[in-house]
Ligand binder design. Structure first.
Ligand SMILES: [Mg+2]
Length: 428
């Protein structure tokens, strides 16, 4: 069997790069993109990073820097980013037989067997140039025999400018040299918790993890970390068909643009969040076993009485049906709602995600609200998703209509350059 080779192509400062692309006047200007409601920094251009602006910092903490350095602010414009992402992925799909979109701005490419045609380094350079030419966005490319190493190769391509943004890590000696320089918490799949446990065992760099006894890792951590260590040693353990580790939870929550008092308004917001979260669930071909709903007042507003409450429910059978999940969300919301508070935020979280609806099949058939995963339910949901994806008309839950009290504050929103004829960029 041929030794597999993967490339990870990852956009640089994706959201900030998307904003800059349509504002050539900001080419050398520091740019940051803000989270929902313009709260925190979620993306920074390289100029903003150089100024020491940190990820996640609340925008009101950097007022001074914004004034002093003329930092340009943008509200997050997911319509734009989603469309730019689609263009990047289409370009990559034209270059490699297998492309696995991992997140909005990164994809794995299967390059197995490519070596007969050209060097990996050349391919990486070509991918980078083609995306830049076709879409206008900068990317870095990491190439290696496992996806975990490809992730690290990409990390190196970003971190060390001398690489020119392309790192071919197919050579084992090169792998070892890089592993020795990379902190263990930069390894794919090693979260903060695992990293601190590893550090307590004096495993601080990636190479130390690669050299740890596999049985020990399995026993003290999990088979997942054992696989990671194997992958660091160049042994592919994540088959191509294996989707990347599924998201553990799907969250959908938002601060309201204005204070909310009435249950009806909260119902509308929570219906919206539950519907969006369930769409994401279906997008990932998953089913949820548990639903949590929360509401709260603004803890920073000391002049109003405070209230914060959440409630959750486990489904008898895992579901991806919006009707079922929204109905449960309404029941939970009504059970925690209290009159007389000024609500500032609400949200839903789906957890216990599985990719198999039959896993926790309902012992009593279909006694729950709606048949959780009957063939009819699946057909209905896929038709709704199809209509919502393809047409301007939207099908939504009746409670979702009306003026959106949960509407976001988006005072710095850039135009929908690529998805609205009325907002095309103008060349003066
Ligand atoms: Mg990126």
């Amino acid at each position: 069997m041929k030794q597999p080779v993967f490339a990870l192509v990852d956009c640089n400062n994706f959201y900030a790069s998307c904003e800059k692309l349509f504002r050539p006047d900001l080419r050398n200007t520091p740019v940051v993109v803000l989270s929902n409601n313009d709260g925190c920094v979620v993306a920074r251009s390289k100029e903003a990073k150089a100024l020491g602006i940190k990820m996640g910092v609340p925008v009101h903490h950097i007022k001074q820097e914004i004034r002093q350095h003329g930092i340009q602010l943008f509200s997050s414009n997911y319509t734009l980013y989603g469309d730019m992402s689609h263009r990047v992925m289409m370009t990559l799909e034209a270059m490699a037989p297998k492309v696995d979109v991992y997140s909005i701005d990164e994809a794995f490419l299967d390059l197995t067997g490519l070596e007969r045609l050209m060097s990996y380094q050349n391919f990486g350079q070509q991918a980078k140039d083609t995306v830049h030419q076709n879409v206008g966005l900068p990317v870095c490319v990491g190439i290696a025999p496992t996806r975990t190493l490809a992730k690290l190769a990409n990390y190196a391509a970003k971190k060390y400018p001398a690489t020119g943004g392309v790192v071919d890590l197919t050579n084992p000696a090169r792998q070892r040299r890089l592993l020795a320089r990379v902190p263990v918490d930069e390894v794919w799949g090693v979260g903060r918790k695992i990293a601190s446990r590893l550090q307590a065992m004096n495993i601080v760099t990636a190479i130390q993890l690669a050299d740890t006894d596999l049985a020990t890792l399995r026993k003290r951590f999990s088979v997942v970390l054992e696989r990671t260590a194997r992958e660091l040693n160049g042994v592919p353990c994540l088959p191509w068909e294996d989707a990347p580790p599924p998201k553990k939870q799907i969250m959908c929550s938002r601060s309201f643009g204005q204070p909310v008092y009435a249950l009806a308004n909260l119902e509308e917001a929570v219906t919206h969040f539950a519907t969006r979260a369930t769409e994401k669930l279906r997008g990932g071909q998953q089913y949820a076993g548990e639903l949590m709903v929360f509401i709260r007042t603004n803890p920073f507003k000391s002049t109003v009485p405070q209230y914060s409450k959440s409630a959750s429910v486990r489904f008898i059978s895992a579901s991806q049906d919006s009707r079922v999940i929204v109905q449960h969300a309404m029941n939970l919301l009504r059970s925690i709602y209290r009159d007389g508070f000024e609500y500032a935020k609400a949200g839903v979280m789906l957890s216990e995600l599985t990719d198999d609806s039959a896993l926790q099949d309902d012992l009593f058939g279909s006694s729950e609200i709606g048949t959780a995963h009957s063939a009819r339910s699946e057909r209905l949901m896929s038709v709704i998703d199809e209509i919502n994806r393809k047409s301007r008309a939207k099908i939504c839950m009746a409670r979702e209509t009306g003026p959106a009290v949960y509407a976001m504050r988006r005072e710095h929103l850039s135009p929908a350059y690529t998805t609205d004829w009325g907002e095309l960029p103008r060349v003066l």
